[in-house]
Ligand binder design. Structure first.
Ligand code: DGJ
Length: 717
């Protein structure tokens, strides 16, 4: 603190705010590249007073708050932009005003935090504001992560009055930029099309990136990036925003007519209203902000290092993630002990380390219409029980992983027959259905306890080393018979989920959890606090996945991105691509296989064996190296390169990916980034084999005898 100013510094960034002398409001002055100046005065916005319809705050000279850069804006006092806080109560209506009261700097890593939260920060600044008239206190928290150029912002609203206030919005972070000359990147999609990059130049008006699905969603990931028009992957400035939260989120980008930009981010208050009674408080999730002047790659490195060091459970920070075989696309619901063990045996032969039993092992679940909520084994498929198959797979030499979809309930389940009120639905209204199932009411403590108990029993009974935690339908009909205020459903649901995850991941701290939600429908920092990796997408088609994985890398580290090699024709697109391409792309993160290995030719099996040997040799780079996207990504070019450099910069792996096979393209040039100038590198390529079957009838152009295409001879060749 210097006079009226608060200067927050990280390795390469500065963040400056002050208490405005005349108004006692908190004013924002700067966020960006580190500055070293003695006089902050030039950074204060100079208002052009006397504007016709502008409002003077409390009649104070030149205090047009609509034009000021504020640190936390309120409503009803003359700032007509989107505000950080919206409150209502009968006595005061919609007008609230928070003025500076005091500050505190905390060094000892003990501070009140939301659930879940980041760890390993250096310092925390807490600024307390007060609305004297309302009797409300607002604490603004700034956690500083010096090394990663990250600041985490959140706030706590405390009701010190005897009145009740309705909280209609409470954002975690506000940043007022001096100009709006930015391109906004968002990461949007759908099932099988997650985190595609979309860009638009900001202009006067409001752009909102949000989710209303009850989860962070595949429609709009909470990650957003602002860059200057000339910023590229390796050059220029960029700002990144994300949220440690798995429910509905909202980020506003508002450019006003004088080209000022306001960015507000936090949990969404869509269909959400909090009643704040006497002595109650409400804390927002953490909003993550970061800045880099080394382009988008630089920005991604901040996010990646921050996530690895401050978000995921520390035990898994450098943990080499196992190569799995997942039976889902190999068998879907149609499996038995014999099939699974056969698959496990081949997997072991090829070098795979973990066998994951996916959906269909419980109740009488032979399709997606039943049994969610029941945790007893499907005795038709696994007559000797779960422990038996786990032990058998262990004997083969593989670890065992198990799929769960705990947050759901099928109408055709014992659980539903016993507790129909445990499903999320509105009394007297027929609920909407997704994938033939309903959502379990996680706002109810007894439901949370049921899930904790049932899952604990299984994880204690069997030697399970990995859990895939699925979630296959978004929330509708949000209502709980146990809540006194159903306006609070969405956030209460997520809090219930976090309690379950916290208990289970602490109780079974050696188990590697992988998050999943119909693929990547809940790929966010909240889930990553408990589960160090996420199933990126159900779409395993090589071409489609190039987009999905590229988009994901902007905000999330490679070790959180789980990828599987699947069979061709691809089950989502029916496209055929070479096994080598599918493998190379799946290497960018955590590798797995999800196909019927028994149906492969011996040549393909041999190829996979080699792939796995290669991946194991460089696994530390693929999972924990520093990733550089080439200047041209798949979003603007058919050919793109990824370079992953080991931490000591002695080794790197470069993957050149071609989207579609096209004629008359530029010759292949590998653009390598991130290498050390003083190190001598030796380059070598992997050999590619093409399956002769791919050439179809062309074979007969060179064959001395006529070969029947797809006949026995063709196959033999
Ligand atoms: C959706 C997941 O994303 C898939 O990988 C698979 O686990 C299915 N659910 C199983 O129902």
């Amino acid at each position: 603190k210097i006079n009226n100013y608060f200067l927050i510094e990280t390795k390469n960034t500065s963040y400056l705010l002050s208490v405005d002398e005349k108004t006692n409001l908190l004013a924002h002055h700067y966020y960006g590249k580190k500055i070293k100046i003695h006089d902050y005065e030039p950074l204060i916005g100079k208002l052009d007073g006397g504007a016709g319809t502008a409002i003077l705050y409390e009649g104070k000279e030149n205090k047009f708050i609509h034009y000021m850069d504020l640190e936390y804006s309120t409503i009803g006092r003359g700032d007509y932009r989107e505000s950080s806080i919206i409150l209502f109560n009968e006595k005061l209506g919609y007008t609230f005003d928070f003025k500076y009261e005091s500050y505190q700097i905390i060094e000892n890593n003990i501070v009140e935090e939301p659930i879940p939260h980041s760890k390993n920060y250096d310092q925390v600044l807490i600024i307390t504001l007060k609305d004297e008239v309302a009797g409300l206190k607002l604490e603004l928290y700034y956690k500083v992560f010096e090394e990663y150029d990250v600041i985490s912002k959140y706030c706590k609203l405390i009701n010190e009055s005897s009145d009740t206030y309705i909280v209609e919005r409470l954002m975690s972070s506000q940043i007022d930029f001096k100009d709006g000359d930015f391109t906004l990147m968002t990461f949007d999609g759908n099932w099988g099309k997650e985190r595609h990059v979309h860009e638009r130049d900001l202009t006067v008006g409001i752009y909102t990136n949000d989710s209303k699905m009850g989860i962070s969603s595949n429609m709009h990931n909470p990650l957003t990036i602002l860059k200057r028009k000339k910023t590229t992957e390796n050059q220029g400035i960029a700002y990144g925003f994300n949220l440690i939260y798995s429910g509905n989120h909202q980020t506003f980008f508002e450019v006003s007519i004088n080209n000022k930009l306001r960015v507000l981010s936090g949990m969404s208050f869509y269909a959400y209203k909090k009643n704040l009674k006497e002595n109650e408080s409400f804390m927002t999730p953490e909003s993550i902000i970061t800045f880099s002047s080394d382009g988008l790659n630089g920005l991604s490195h901040n996010f990646h290092e921050f996530t690895l060091n401050c978000i995921i459970p520390s035990k898994f920070k450098n943990y080499l993630r196992p190569i799995v075989i997942n039976n889902w696309e190999a068998t879907y619901f149609n499996f038995d002990e014999e099939k699974l063990l056969k698959l496990a045996k081949v997997a072991k032969k090829l070098g795979i380390e973990m066998f994951v039993l996916d959906d269909g092992w419980f109740g009488h679940r032979d399709n997606d219409r039943s049994s969610l909520g029941d945790f007893y084994v499907n005795s038709k498929k696994l007559p000797h029980g779960l422990k038996y198959i786990v032990d058998k797979v262990n004997k083969i030499g593989l670890d065992f992983g198990l799929w769960f979809e705990p947050e759901m309930i099928s109408e055709d389940s014992d659980l539903y027959r016993k507790h129909p009120d445990w499903a999320v639905k509105v009394p007297r209204r027929k609920p909407s259905i997704g994938r033939n199932q309903l959502v379990l009411d996680l706002t109810k403590k007894e439901v949370q306890d049921y899930l904790i108990d049932e899952i604990s029993k299984i994880l204690s009974l069997c030697n399970i080393k990995y859990v895939k935690w699925d979630f296959n339908r978004p929330i509708t009909d949000m209502y709980s018979t146990s809540l006194s205020n159903n306006g609070e459903f969405f956030h209460e649901y997520i809090q219930g989920l976090y309690r379950i995850l916290d208990t289970l991941t602490k109780r079974f701290s050696d188990i590697l959890f992988e998050g999943c939600a119909s693929g990547g429908n809940r790929f966010d920092l909240g889930m990553l606090c408990y589960m160090p990796q996420t199933w990126t997408s159900d779409n395993t088609d090589y071409y489609e996945r190039l987009f999905i994985q590229t988009g994901t890398t902007y905000g999330y580290p490679l070790s959180s991105i789980s990828n599987h090699v699947s069979s061709i024709p691809n089950h989502q697109t029916l496209r055929k691509t070479p096994l080598a391409s599918r493998f190379h792309l799946a290497c960018l993160g955590v590798l797995g296989y999800e196909l019927n290995l028994l149906e492969l030719t011996s040549r393909e099996q041999k190829e996979i064996k080699k792939q796995i040997e290669f991946y194991k040799k460089y696994r530390h780079i693929f999972q924990y190296g520093t990733l550089y996207r080439s200047e041209k990504t798949i979003f603007n070019s058919n050919v793109t390169t990824f370079t992953v450099v080991s931490k000591d910069k002695k080794e790197a792996v470069v993957i050149l990916c071609q989207g579609l096979v096209k004629m008359a393209q530029q010759e292949d040039v590998i653009y390598v980034d991130g290498l050390d100038n003083d190190t001598l590198y030796e380059f070598y390529n992997l050999k590619h084999h093409l399956n002769i079957k791919m050439f179809g009838g062309l074979l007969n152009v060179v064959s001395p005898i006529k070969v029947k295409i797809n006949g026995v001879v063709h196959k033999a060749i």
